[in-house]
Design a protein. Structure first.
Length: 713
C-alpha cells in the first residue's frame, strides 16, 4: 500500500497546536455520536513507520502513555487497523487479554475498543481508537460501525486537503471534560455546596486525573486532613494511609470501565472506611463512609488473604513480564511462572504442556505430589479429548472451579488422584499459533471471576512469547551441542608412551556453538596433538573448526613436519574463504627420545610440569593466526619431555576473564599445578577447571588437553 507521505504530509511532531483543532473536533464528535467515553487520534509520522498520539479525549493521556508512540508492526489495535486497512474490534476484557495481552496487563479492566485507520485511497494518515464502558454489548452495532467509518473517512479527506495545501497538522490539546450543566447560576452553586455539606457521609469530587476538586466537611473529617490541604491533591498521595497502589487501581478501573467500583481501607489505628467511586466522562464522585464493624472486616481481610486481590496478581504479572525477558530455556520459563505467578493467584501446582508430532508433551511442572501425576499425559495424542489438548488445539482458555465441574465436561478423563480440585488451562499463543498450555492447579475449589480470567489470559500471552523464544533456544542449543559432539573426538585415541586427558566446556552465556577444538593422532612410534580456537561462536565457526581438525589429521597422517602441518592448515583456511581466523598449537611427541617439537600460531603458551613439581610457561616461537597470511611461516621449538612430565594445553577461555589479568591467571594456574602433586590426568583436568575463575564464568568456550610422558617407553 502507498503509505509514504506526500509533500506537506501531516506530522505528529511538535507541541499543542494553536491552529484550528481539527483533530479534537473530529474526535469529540465521534465519541459523542457512538456513546463512547474516550478515544484518541494518531498521526503517521512522515519519516518513519510510527504512529504518534496527536490528541486524546475523555481520559488522561497518562493512561495510554505506553502507546503514545506505536510502531506499525506493534501488536496494538491501532497498528493492526493501519496494517489491515480495516476496523479492529475488541469486545471486552477477556478478548483484549487473549488478543492483546500487553494492553490487558497494563489496563486489566472491563472496556470495549474499536480502532480504525484514517486513510484515503492514496495514503494512510493515521488511526483512531475509541473505548466504551464495560457494559457495552460484545458486538459493535451497525450504527456504530457505519458512523465511525464515515467519520474516519471525513477526517482522512481533511488531512489529505491539509497536506495538499501544505497546512501542518500536529498535536492538539487533549479534551478531558465538557462544561457541567444543571446549576443555573452562582447562587445555585452555593446552595449545592450547602446541601452537600449537610450530608452525614463524605463526598469528594475527583477530576479525570484523580485530583480532588471538592471535599465536604464529613469527608475531610473521615480522611483526617483539612479540606484546604486536600484540594488539588491526589488522595493516595496526600492521605498517607491511602498510599497503596490498590486504591489508585480502583480509580483507574472506575474511569476506564465507567462502572462503579469500591474498596475499603483501614484508617489507623483501627477504623475501616468504605470508598465508593461513581465515574462519568467528566470525573468521579467519591463517597466515603464508615465501614462494617472491625471484627467483620478482619474476617473479610482473612478471606481476601487466601484469594489474592487482582492488584497483587497484576503486580506479579508485571514482575513476571520483566523476568521473562531474561528467561533462556524452557525450564527457566517454568521456574519463573512458578515463582512469580503461582503464589499471586493462589495456585499450588503448575504444568506447562507443548506438542510435537501430533502428541502432547509435558515441558515442565512444579508442585505436583509425584511426577507420574503429570507425566501420564506425556505422549497423549492431541486427538484425545482432555482439557489440556482442547486448550492447546483451540486456543480457548478453560476454567474449572471444582472437580465436579471438570468431570461433567470430561467424564472419560484419565483419573489419577492428585489432591487438586480446581484448574485453569491457559492456551499459550505466540505469533498467532499455539505453542503450549499452562495449567494452574488449586488445592481447594476456586472461583474465577471475569477480571481474574482476563488477567490469567493476559498472563498466558506473556508466557507464550517467552516460551516460544525458549523452545527456539533449546532447539538451537540441542543442535549446537550435537554438532559440537560430532566435531570433537568422542574419546582420545591411546598414544604410545603418552597418557592423555581432555575437557571441553561450552560458554554459558548465549546459545551459540563454539570453535574450540583438540585432537590427538597416533603416527607409529610418534604421536601428534593439536589444540585450537576458531574466531566466533556460531555454526560457521564450528564447521570451520571441523575442517581444520580434519586437515590437521590429514597432514599429520601423510608425514608432514610440525611447521609444514601448520603452514598447510593456514593455506587451507585461507583457501576456504571463511574470513575467520584461528589460533592453533601443534606438537609432535617422541616419547622414546623424551622430546616434543611444537609449532604455534597465535595460541596461548602451554605449561610444562616437571616430575619434581616445577612448572613453567613455555616460551615458544610462533607465527600469526591461521587465516591471515598465506605466506606465513611457523618456526618450531623443541622441548625436553622426561618421563612423568606433563604438558597443559588450553584455549584462552581458561585464563581470560573480565577484571583478571592473563599473567595473574597463568601464575595462579602454575601454582595450582605445582601444589597438587602427581595424580591421574583425569583428576588433574577436573581440578584445573574448578580452579579457573574464567572457566566458572565461562564467557567463552574452554578446552583443555593434558599430555604426560609415561616411564614405560
Amino acid at each position: 500500500m502507498s503509505d509514504g507521505p506526500g509533500p506537506g504530509r501531516a506530522s505528529a511532531a511538535g507541541g499543542a497546536s494553536a491552529r484550528q483543532p481539527m483533530l479534537s473536533l473530529a474526535l469529540v464528535s465521534m465519541v459523542e455520536e457512538v456513546g463512547a467515553h474516550s478515544g484518541a487520534v494518531y498521526l503517521l509520522r512522515p519519516d518513519e513507520p510510527v504512529l504518534e498520539m496527536a490528541v486524546m479525549a475523555g481520559m488522561p493521556r497518562a493512561f495510554a502513555a505506553p502507546w503514545e508512540r506505536v510502531g506499525l508492526n506493534a501488536p496494538i489495535p491501532v497498528a493492526d487497523a493501519v496494517r489491515r486497512r480495516q476496523l479492529v474490534w475488541v469486545g471486552g476484557e477477556e478478548e483484549m487479554a487473549l488478543r492483546y495481552p500487553r494492553i490487558s496487563v497494563v489496563l486489566p479492566y472491563p472496556f470495549a475498543l474499536a480502532a480504525m485507520p484514517v486513510a484515503t485511497g492514496h495514503a494512510v494518515y493515521g488511526a483512531v481508537f475509541v473505548t466504551w464502558p464495560g457494559a457495552h454489548p460484545p458486538e459493535l452495532s451497525d450504527h456504530e460501525r457505519d458512523h465511525l467509518t464515515a467519520a474516519c473517512d471525513r477526517l482522512a479527506l481533511r488531512l489529505e486537503r491539509a497536506a495538499e495545501e501544505n497546512r501542518p497538522v500536529g498535536r492538539e490539546a487533549d479534551v478531558l471534560a465538557s462544561p457541567v450543566s444543571g446549576v443555573a447560576d452562582t447562587l445555585g452553586s452555593i446552595e449545592a455546596a450547602r446541601m452537600v455539606s449537610r450530608l452525614p457521609y463524605g463526598l469528594v469530587s475527583l477530576d479525570l486525573h484523580g485530583r480532588i476538586g471538592f471535599v465536604n466537611a464529613a469527608a475531610a473529617e473521615l480522611l483526617g486532613r483539612p479540606a484546604g490541604e486536600l484540594l488539588g491533591t491526589l488522595p493516595w498521595v496526600s492521605v498517607p494511609w491511602l498510599n497503596d497502589p490498590m486504591y489508585e487501581d480502583r480509580y483507574r478501573a472506575a474511569l476506564i470501565s465507567q462502572q462503579v467500583t469500591s474498596f475499603v481501607a483501614l484508617r489507623p489505628p483501627g477504623e475501616w472506611l468504605s470508598f465508593r467511586l461513581y465515574p462519568s466522562t467528566t470525573g468521579l464522585s467519591l463517597r466515603v463512609s464508615l465501614a462494617r464493624p472491625v471484627a467483620e472486616m478482619t474476617r473479610g481481610a482473612a478471606q481476601s488473604d487466601s484469594n489474592p486481590s487482582r492488584l497483587v496478581t497484576i503486580s506479579q504479572v508485571l514482575s513476571l513480564a520483566s523476568a521473562l525477558t531474561e528467561a533462556v530455556g524452557v525450564q527457566d520459563v517454568v521456574q519463573l511462572v512458578w515463582e512469580e505467578v503461582a503464589p499471586a493467584v493462589g495456585s499450588q501446582a503448575l504444568a506447562v504442556l507443548g506438542s510435537q508430532a501430533g502428541r502432547l508433551h509435558v515441558l515442565g511442572h512444579r508442585g505436583y505430589p509425584a511426577p507420574h501425576v503429570v507425566e501420564r499425559f506425556d505422549g497423549l495424542p492431541l486427538t484425545e479429548r482432555t482439557p489440556g489438548t482442547q486448550a492447546l488445539s483451540t486456543g480457548v482458555p478453560a476454567f474449572f472451579e471444582s472437580r465436579g465441574q471438570l468431570e461433567r465436561l470430561y467424564p472419560n478423563r484419565r483419573e489419577t488422584p492428585d489432591g487438586f480440585t480446581a484448574w485453569a488451562y491457559l492456551p499459550l499463543i505466540a505469533s498467532g499459533r499455539p505453542v503450549g498450555t499452562c495449567v494452574l492447579a488449586y488445592a481447594e475449589p476456586h472461583a474465577f471471576p471475569a477480571d481474574e480470567r482476563a488477567v490469567l489470559t493476559s498472563l498466558g500471552g506473556l508466557i507464550a512469547q517467552a516460551l516460544e523464544r525458549a523452545l527456539l533456544y533449546d532447539a538451537k542449543h540441542r543442535l549446537a551441542h550435537g554438532l559440537q559432539q560430532v566435531l570433537l573426538p568422542h574419546s582420545l585415541v591411546p598414544l604410545p608412551g603418552v597418557e592423555t586427558a581432555a575437557r571441553y566446556l561450552p560458554a554459558t552465556h548465549g546459545m551459540e556453538i563454539g570453535g574450540d577444538f583438540y585432537d590427538v593422532v597416533p603416527t607409529g612410534p610418534l604421536a601428534a596433538a593439536v589444540i585450537g580456537d576458531v574466531q566466533g561462536h556460531n555454526v560457521t565457526a564450528a564447521g570451520l573448526m571441523g575442517q581444520i581438525r580434519t586437515g590437521v589429521r590429514a597432514y599429520t597422517t601423510v608425514g608432514q613436519a610440525p611447521h609444514e602441518v601448520m603452514s598447510s592448515t593456514n593455506r587451507l583456511l585461507i583457501d576456504l574463504g571463511a574470513e575467520l581466523f584461528a589460533s592453533c598449537l601443534y606438537l609432535r611427541l617422541d616419547p622414546a627420545r623424551g622430546r616434543a617439537v611444537m609449532a604455534r600460531a597465535g595460541h596461548p603458551p602451554p605449561l610444562l610440569r616437571r616430575p619434581d613439581g616445577r612448572v613453567r610457561v613455555l616460551d615458544l616461537a610462533g607465527g600469526p593466526l591461521l587465516g591471515i597470511d598465506a605466506s606465513a611461516v611457523y618456526p618450531t621449538t623443541e622441548v625436553s619431555l622426561t618421563p612423568g612430565s606433563a604438558l597443559v594445553l588450553y584455549t584462552d577461555g581458561l585464563v581470560e576473564s573480565p577484571g583478571i589479568d592473563i599473567e595473574d591467571a597463568l601464575v595462579d594456574l602454575c601454582g595450582l599445578l605445582s601444589e597438587i602433586g602427581d595424580q591421574p590426568l583425569e583428576s588433574l583436568a577436573d581440578d584445573i577447571l574448578r580452579h579457573s575463575a574464567a572457566a566458572r564464568e565461562r564467557l567463552d568456550d574452554v578446552a583443555v588437553l593434558l599430555l604426560r610422558a609415561r616411564g614405560d617407553r
